[in-house]
Ligand binder design. Sequence first.
Ligand SMILES: Cc1ncc(C[n+]2csc(CCOP(=O)(O)OP(=O)(O)O)c2C)c(N)n1
Ligand SMILES: [Mg+2]
Length: 366
Amino acid sequence: MTVLDQHVWQPRTDPAPLLPDPEPYRLLGTPEAGALDAGLLTTMYGQLVRGRRYNRQATALTKQGRLAVYPSSTGQEACEVAAALALEPRDWLFPSYRDTLAAVARGVDPVEALTLLRGDWHTGYDPREHRVAPLSTPLATQLPHAVGLAHAARLKGDDVVALAMVGDGGTSEGDFHEALNFAAVWRSPVVFLVQNNGFAISVPLAKQTAAPSLAHKAVGYGIPGRLVDGNDIAAVHAVLTEAVARAREGGGPTLVEAITYRMDAHTNADDATRYREDAEVEAWREHDPIAVLERAMRERDLLDDAMVRDTEQDAERMAAALRERMNEDAVLDPMDLFAHVYAEPTPQLREQAAMLRAELEAEAQS
Ligand SMILES: Cc1ncc(C[n+]2csc(CCOP(=O)(O)OP(=O)(O)O)c2C)c(N)n1
Ligand SMILES: [Mg+2]
């Protein structure tokens, strides 16, 4: 007999309610889709089509030298739009570098949202205006920031929820662990949305984690994990809305894993054919987020060919305006990259600045 056998030990929380659903949660194409709000579906459709067009236009701008880099979210638009729509204006969004669309869907100016990706040193938009934190390039660093903001808001008595977005690869970062653990212990009003798009650049999920699913990681922190079809915008929106409401009511954080797929390469600088088969990409086309919503809406007579045409024309106008504004030369000095890092630059930064200055001078003379 040990003390453990004498029932001294028991789980502090029943893990069963925290476990994710065995299958990714879906709404579109199921009988429940008939009850979904028609106005909301129409808004979602418009945003998805605009988002897809934005991705295509931004990618084209990299080829014209107008953008330094663009991590496209083509194929992942349902997660991007649903994240923006699930929040109230008083809430905060913490996006990663892939989440320009979520920022734009929340109201950030479409050109200002591309400032960092243009090669400028600053975010471009005022994070406070639409309550959208800067797009974070260092993986998962936005998660502890989101938790800090949410925790502080709760201490101050402000009714604010933070929604933080991260990729499957980002879940292997220490910051992911620290953010989830802190938020769980303090019941911070945060929702973590993991977009599992299958890859971290060329690293497939199977080499990223041995967990049964990324949503299962929630159980280890004592918070609920939800698994959702990331290409079903109604499902992602429903799961996130529920998680936001739970956070707002003091129920603590939720970890949501959305199963989706990155249709384009990691960025314009990557060649995805080196590490994945075309057949896999083609298979995902069948489950395209726009097509999934379009089918469900046509079934309920909420969409016809004329509406599809109008929505596409609206997206074309948005793309033309984006092109026009991005065709103006950005006024930026590459040396500014070093100006605001430390009050006293480190020897390494001084060395890098000297290298860049020499390159710029050589280029100016050639
Ligand atoms: C702390 C840190 N380490 C490494 C990188 C380099 N890096 C940029 S994107 C990326 C892959 C991230 O994959 P995932 O989290 O799945 O996001 P996705 O690009 O698929 O949206 C890596 C390793 C980085 N930006 N930050
Ligand atoms: Mg990924």
